[in-house]
Design a protein around this ligand. Sequence first.
Ligand code: TYC
Length: 115
Amino acid sequence: MGTSDPITPPPGEDDEPEFEIDVVVRPRTRTRKPSMFTVLMLNDDYTPMEFVVHALERFFGKSRDEATDIMLEVHQHGVGVCGVFTYEVAESKVAHVMDLARKNQHPLQCTLEKE
Ligand code: TYC
């Protein structure tokens, strides 16, 4: 051993690289797909079938035949799928259906469920 400090290596002889590498880390949230929500229509004994068909045509872009099939599915099995959307769109469609039903004094219920 010479007179040099045994802990601090001489300049240029430590293990540190002599250049820096910049790494760009993109936030994961930027590419994450949005959660999807299913809008469901629920059966009841009082809302007219024609009103349900109309709501499905107006707010979910269904043809008369598609809307009738969904309405009958709900009527026979208690629940049916109106469509699958991002949260804001699903929430807005549910609000529109419930609003029109309330204005017409029908007890129709529409809800959303996370996929
Ligand atoms: N069951 C209702 C009737 O017999 C019709 C109906 C269908 C109501 C679908 C709600 O989401 C519904 N008039």
